[in-house]
Write a protein that binds this ligand. Structure first.
Ligand SMILES: [Zn+2]
Ligand SMILES: [Zn+2]
Ligand SMILES: [Zn+2]
Length: 138
């Protein structure tokens, strides 16, 4: 029994090769992965649409969360909290992007401070991206 299979079972998702491979890609990396990172890693085995749908399913289920990247792309990272569930993510941690290697990491120990918006503004989600040099490149 590998981690990917366990996770799929836990979230009552049907086992497919694509789901398994994508989960394995995330559990074997410390940093967030973009759609094209996954395409490069998984090679030609799955088409773009299948990868896209799988990512969406994982985000909807609370397995992955989106990480906004400075170049306008979206990356994805594993939810390492049991508080994420179907359609509801509870993240208030900071993301760190290394400008040398380009990797984006979840810094779960640092929380985004509370932001009080002016009246009339409704907050939906807050993202904080810190850029700099990671320990591997330092
Ligand atoms: Zn989450
Ligand atoms: Zn780095
Ligand atoms: Zn994160």
């Amino acid at each position: 029994m590998n981690i990917a299979r366990n996770t799929l079972k836990e979230y009552s998702l049907r086992q497919t090769g694509c789901r398994e491979d994508i989960l394995n890609a995330f559990t074997s990396h410390e940093y967030a992965l973009s759609h094209s990172d996954l395409e490069n890693q998984l090679g030609e085995r799955f088409d773009r649409v299948t990868i896209y749908r799988t990512l969406k399913t994982f985000v909807d289920k609370g397995i992955l969360h989106k990480v906004l990247d400075d170049v306008g792309g979206t990356k994805y990272a594993l939810c390492r909290t049991s508080e994420c569930s179907h359609e509801e993510h509870h993240h208030d941690h900071v993301h760190f992007k290394c400008t040398t290697c380009g990797n984006t990491t979840c810094i779960e120990s640092i929380h985004i401070p509370t932001i009080n918006l002016p009246q009339g503004y409704v907050r939906k989600e807050v993202n904080m991206l810190v850029q700099g040099v990671c320990p591997n490149c330092n």
